[in-house]
Design a protein around this ligand. Structure first.
Ligand SMILES: NC(=O)c1ccc[n+]([C@@H]2O[C@H](COP(=O)([O-])OP(=O)(O)OC[C@H]3O[C@@H](n4cnc5c(N)ncnc54)[C@H](O)[C@@H]3O)[C@@H](O)[C@H]2O)c1
Length: 399
């Protein structure tokens, strides 16, 4: 259990006679939110009945967190490869499993769907779940286009349901430290940023390399969430994208054609003269792969007239923040404690929000802005033009 969960459980103990008026109102509101969310209210703990769709690789990272989360009861699993759902159900002692979303929605009742399927499947599955009255946590992306994502968000509000999407890099204490440092003006006039993330590419599924896939929605999405979170919504995008490896070997499938970029470079205009450069790819030598603890270099850097800030390690598994300023020109390391943050906890935090009313820093509006950057980058590559962005989100992100 994370420190955050321990704190949250503590805060949900029954109201004592010592509660002041403000605390009492908050407790009552939270209870209201819990009932509205469909959470099961127990003696001391509330759990939201949850279904997980997509029992592939990432479910192996989510389910251990969900099975320990005090706000979640996973009641059903689903995968179009039924043996995967069955295996995960056995492994995590989940009572029900289904081979199709229609069967899942008609089966054991639940209130919260966690969508861990192929990137191209999210949009229609998220829509179907919202139509059935479920709250939704979606792996990235929430939808395949900005327009479709905005329509899903409008629909979720109309139905009084919540919709969120990964990733959650803005929830980390290292992000909070960087955001605070920038807000304090420690870097002087901010000018430029760089971020990069890559590895040699997944070999277990072909969707990563097919239309709607690519290194941007799979990998760059983390950096784009962090950069827009730190520097604000982007106004324009210019991009160059390419395919470096036109054929890949995929487990159980053999050779496939790569039709979406596996190499991406973007320039983002954040306004007020601030420019960021971000790159991702599936052809990057990377001895650390998915071992977040292995990466020690700066993967995000921001420089201004008075200082430099560098995130140590990946933004999804950050290890600290190095800062140098005119006053303190030698790099100093800060924020080395994860404070319970792990990248796999997004759906658990969403469940906590549904049960207690505690809001997340990650918002669907920002996820959709990042999606627009990705689709605009594809348009920039096709047309050779700089593309203006239309979406935005509430900024700054303050914890
Ligand atoms: N693998 C990781 O470490 C990782 C990490 C972070 C995020 N993600 C994201 O998680 C998502 C899934 O990635 P993955 O690596 O687990 O892929 P995967 O191929 O291992 O798993 C996807 C699963 O979804 C199932 N599926 C596909 N369409 C479905 C449908 N319509 N109904 C039910 N099941 C369906 C597939 O059969 C498969 O078992 C992607 O969005 C990916 O970007 C993956």
């Amino acid at each position: 259990m994370t420190n955050m969960h321990k704190r949250a459980i503590k805060s949900m103990k029954p109201a004592s006679s010592l509660l002041n008026r403000r605390e009492f109102a908050k407790t009552t509101l939270l209870a209201g939110a819990a009932v509205a969310s469909g959470a099961v209210v127990g003696e001391d703990i509330k759990r939201i009945r949850t279904g997980v769709i997509g029992c592939g690789s990432v479910s192996g990272s989510y389910l251990p967190v969900l099975s320990k989360c005090p706000y979640v009861e996973v009641v059903s699993l689903c995968d179009i490869r039924p043996e995967r759902a069955r295996k995960r159900a056995e492994e995590f002692k989940v009572a029900h499993h289904y081979p199709h979303i229609d069967k899942m929605l008609a089966g054991e009742p639940f209130d919260f769907l966690i969508d861990l399927t192929d990137m191209q499947e999210h949009e229609h599955l998220n829509r179907q779940a919202l139509e059935a009255g479920k709250h939704v946590w979606s792996e990235k992306p929430i939808a395949n286009s900005l327009a479709a994502g905005q329509e899903l968000l409008r629909f979720s509000r109309q139905k009084n349901r919540r919709l969120w999407g990964a990733p959650i890099t803005v929830q980390s204490p290292q992000f909070a430290f960087m955001a605070r440092t920038l807000a304090q003006g420690a870097l002087g006039r901010v000018a430029a940023a760089h971020a990069d993330y890559g590895h040699e590419g997944p070999n277990w599924s072909s969707f990563f390399y097919e239309k709607g896939g690519g290194s941007m929605p799979d990998l760059m999405v983390y950096n784009l969430t962090s950069l827009t979170g730190l520097l604000g919504p982007a106004k324009h995008v210019t991009a160059m994208l390419s395919i470096v490896t036109p054929e890949r070997d995929i487990t159980e499938k053999g050779k496939i054609k790569v039709t979406e970029e596996d190499n991406a470079m973007l320039l983002l205009d954040h306004g007020k003269g601030v420019i960021a450069h971000v790159q991702s790819g599936f052809n990057y030598f990377n001895p650390h792969g998915h071992d977040g603890s292995g990466e020690q270099r700066h993967t995000i850097t921001i420089v201004g007239s008075g200082g430099f800030i560098g995130l140590v390690g990946y933004d999804w598994a950050p290890q600290g923040v190095d800062v140098a300023t005119h006053k303190q020109p030698k790099l100093e390391r800060h924020a080395t404690d994860a404070e319970g943050y792990i990248w796999q906890q997004g759906a658990a935090l969403a469940a906590e929000c549904l049960v207690t009313g505690r809001e997340l820093l990650v918002t669907p509006e920002q996820a959709l802005h990042v999606l627009e950057i990705i689709t605009a980058a594809r348009a920039s590559q096709e047309t050779g033009k700089r593309i203006a962005l239309t979406s935005t989100f509430k900024w700054p992100i303050v914890s």
